[in-house]
Ligand binder design. Structure first.
Ligand SMILES: Nc1nc2c(ncn2[C@@H]2O[C@H](COP(=O)(O)OP(=O)(O)OP(=O)(O)O)[C@@H](O)[C@H]2O)c(=O)[nH]1
Ligand SMILES: [Mg+2]
Length: 219
């Protein structure tokens, strides 16, 4: 047996889940990672079960990427096993002045974080409307979910669970991004934990996927 065992195990494949509540932008993101420009601005067609794609992302790395429907988050747990990285998306618009949506998004994020304590996770706060953060009131009940809010309400409470596990959080507006080519390890160079990125408008999604890959362990 010995080495033969390895022939059944694809060292170059990485299983990634895209999670988040309905309409947070998961399928749009998946399309963009695929390089499909039509992902942007299309009508929302809810994903009933999941979309699964194999995407070659670096020379030797293929992502086995699962975009799970957001309507039934209790089903996500069935996909946790064997996952090596997670992208969690939050709709920054619908959660802005809707406490219930905000709480649901965060509760599901916590479930995901606790259920996947050993793998890297990226949290996208997907703005949709670029100016929402500037327009939002900073009163406590109306604060948008941003890095600071997540830190106070989520990450600081998770220190023991995810102490050594990289976690990245940042705002996106998928409208603005064009997927072009991979950019090296920009994010790695800046350090990992709770990194806040403020950077030009292009390629950040690939940077983040790269970051995820660099921090994923083979199964
Ligand atoms: N303007 C804008 N629209 C976006 C952005 N991200 C997603 N959308 C739109 O938001 C809607 C929902 O996006 P989807 O990607 O289908 O959402 P989803 O998370 O896959 O939703 P479910 O499959 O129901 O779980 C679509 O109409 C997208 O075009 C964004 O960054 N900007
Ligand atoms: Mg979808």
């Amino acid at each position: 047996m010995g080495n033969n065992h390895n022939k059944y195990f694809n060292q170059n494949k990485r299983k990634v889940l895209i999670l988040g509540l309905s309409s947070s932008g998961k399928t749009t993101l998946l399309r963009m990672i695929k390089g499909d420009e039509k992902g942007k601005g299309s009508l929302h067609t809810p994903t009933d079960m999941f979309n699964n794609e194999q995407i070659k992302i670096k020379k030797n790395i293929e992502l086995d990427i699962w975009d799970l429907g957001g309507k039934l988050p209790h089903l996500w747990v069935h996909h946790f096993k064997g996952s090596q990285g997670i992208i969690y998306m939050i709709d920054g618009v619908s959660t802005l002045n809707n406490d219930q949506k905000k709480q649901s998004a965060i509760q599901e994020l916590l479930n995901v974080l606790v259920g996947n304590a050993n793998i890297p996770i990226i949290v996208f706060i997907n703005n949709k409307n670029r100016n929402f953060a500037e327009n939002s009131s900073k009163q406590s009940d109306q604060r948008c979910i941003d890095e600071e809010w997540l830190k106070d309400n989520v990450f600081d409470k998770l220190d023991n669970i995810r102490k050594y596990i990289p976690l990245l959080q940042f705002n996106t507006n998928l409208d603005n991004y064009k997927i072009k080519i991979l950019i090296g390890n920009l994010i790695m160079e800046k350090g990992l934990d709770q990194l806040q990125i403020s950077k030009g408008e292009t390629n950040i999604i690939y940077d983040c996927v790269n970051y995820l890959i660099d921090n994923m362990k083979p199964l």
